[in-house]
Design a protein around this ligand. Structure first.
Ligand code: Z5A
Length: 207
């Protein structure tokens, strides 16, 4: 395990669909860069060419064969292994802030609570990931509102086609994780305006 206290700049962003993670990350990265900070913005699944290819497989709504929950989980972790080694650790070693759209909490929320994969097995995989975010922002939004935001897009990916109950289970799991890891995971009310969301996040990171 890498000693992440020496970096203290690895931040992940979590939430159900349409919560505003990508918009917040862009705004926070702009804010940090305007202060002269080096910032790496990245996402999961994805972040490297190989991991982005895995992402395309995972999100493809027209997959010819149904992806089993175990396969989905292992593909998430295959992409993550590549991403951590190729992007996250080198960026932290350079001294960058790393703003990561989703990380291991997504696996507990989506594959664990959403798909019903054994949480102990997921935790065993997480234990093999050499770094833990210093801070995680959970953008909490009622599921219906997130779906309305996402439906404005032209097409829905494989996850976005899931039913409301799936996302309710995911949201409840985020709430449990935020309680369990309250030092790391900070809930943010994502019904606020983008400016209010950014301001709440800046308060947490003391900038
Ligand atoms: N997944 C998984 O299952 N297991 C894992 O381990 C990992 C991931 C790592 C892809 O993730 C899927 O991968 C994801 C879980 C799975 N599927 N789902 N659902 P993703 O992060 O790429 O997908 P996403 O969560 O669907 O992204 P998103 O819908 O783009 O959400 P977002 O980034 O949080 O929101 P946004 O793009 O910033 O905003 C959405 C819209 O709302 C947009 O029009 C904005 O202009 C608007 N918006 C943003 N903020 C606001 C506020 N504050 N008010 C009003 N409107 C706003």
């Amino acid at each position: 395990m890498v000693d992440s206290s020496q970096y203290a700049r690895f931040i992940s962003f979590e939430g159900t669909e349409g919560a505003g993670k990508s918009s917040l990350i862009v705004a926070l990265a702009d804010y940090l860069r305007a202060r002269g900070e080096a910032v790496t913005v990245t996402r999961e699944p994805g972040g490297t060419p190989l991991a982005e290819s895995i992402r395309a497989l995972l999100l493809s709504a027209g997959a010819q064969e149904a992806i089993t929950p175990q396969t989905e989980l292992l593909l998430m972790f295959a992409a993550r292994a590549q991403h951590v080694a190729q992007v996250i650790l080198p960026a932290l070693e350079r001294g960058d802030w790393v703003l990561c759209d989703r990380f291991t909490d997504s696996s507990l929320a989506y594959q664990g609570a959403g798909r019903g994969v054994d949480a102990v097995f997921i935790q065993q995989l997480i234990a093999q990931v050499p770094i833990v975010p210093n801070l995680t922002f959970w953008l909490d939004l009622p599921v219906e509102l997130g779906m309305q935001r996402a439906q404005k897009r032209s097409h829905l990916d494989r996850f976005e086609q899931e039913k409301t109950e799936f996302f309710e289970r995911v949201r409840q799991q985020y709430a449990r994780l935020a309680k369990q890891y309250s030092d790391r995971i900070k809930p943010v009310d994502a019904t606020q305006t983008p400016e209010q969301v950014l301001s709440q996040v800046l308060d947490y990171i003391n900038l």
